[in-house]
Design a protein around this ligand. Sequence first.
Ligand SMILES: [Cu+2]
Length: 375
Amino acid sequence: MQLTVINGEGTEHDIVFPNQDTKSPRVNGRGASTTIVFRATKSGDFIYFCGVPGHQLAGMQGQFLVTPMPAAQTLVEADISREPTDLPPPIGKRDPKTVRLDLFTVEQEGRLAEATTFGYWTFNGKVPGPFVRVRVGDTVDVHLKNPADSNMIHSVDFHAATGPGGGAAALQVDPGGEKSMTFKALIPGLYVYHCATPMVAEHIANGMYGMILVEPETGLAPVDHEFYVMQGEIYTEAAFGQHGSQEFSVEKLLNERPEYFVFNGSVGAISKLHPLHAKVGETVRLFFGVGGPHEPNAGRHSDRHGGAWWRCHHRVQTSRAGKLHDRRSCIGPRRARACRSFGRRGCAKSGYLQRHRDARHGALNRYVSPTCVNR
Ligand SMILES: [Cu+2]
């Protein structure tokens, strides 16, 4: 606090803050002044007065209120990570039909890591957006709603849609608006969708991506478990690992220098928060995609934004990977698998497929990275 005392008449005066151990020099003579600076170290309801004998009694006294420091802001640790088991069941055999898809955009602060939050932009409140499941020949009736409290225009571009921009031109929705379009799913495969509102990379990096699976006519072979995992990048002003609410960095986005690589939106999303579970001998199908916007997935799945894989004999959009993704769970020696992005970013991006023996044998938790299990 900086305070200037100006003497308005001829007598000597000063100012004393007894509870803050602060006292100004005396000012003597009309127009004389002095300035003091002090830190209010104690909170409460205090008095100040003139220290010249008799002046306080004569009325030179006032009140000095110091409010306590506000409590450290409580972090909103909303879990924006979609559970890898959050996907619709297989379609099986049925005739093509029209499938309605309701998407709404959500801009919200969410948990990025322990004690760290970030301002995410999402489809339907989670990262990645909902797993959309249709069969070839289905007509997808997309309704995109952008709530009135949004700050940004949002849209959606389906890589599964044939045609320029995947529908993004028809689906630019202002805050408070809603738009719809339909497209026909012509080619079986696993595809990424994402927001395509400029700056597109920013909308993607903030969490606006998901996947759509177009099943073939015959459907997919039954498996015991299906999981939905997407890789993403988070660009923050502060370096990886800082606590508190993190600011988005356009500069790092443009320089392609993410601070975080994440599976399903946040650090530990599929290890600590929502690990993948399977029992020994069960079959597992993993739908994996890269939201990006920049980095490819390490190991053999070197596909950049838009990459997705599931099984090799179907069309797998932009992916150069693709061997075995329906995988039989088995017990084997623990294997360490190097994953380039892990080392570079302090293992922010890691996941666990927890494989359990039955109760007689106790649980077996074997670490694997879902991006690196391919062989
Ligand atoms: Cu957007």
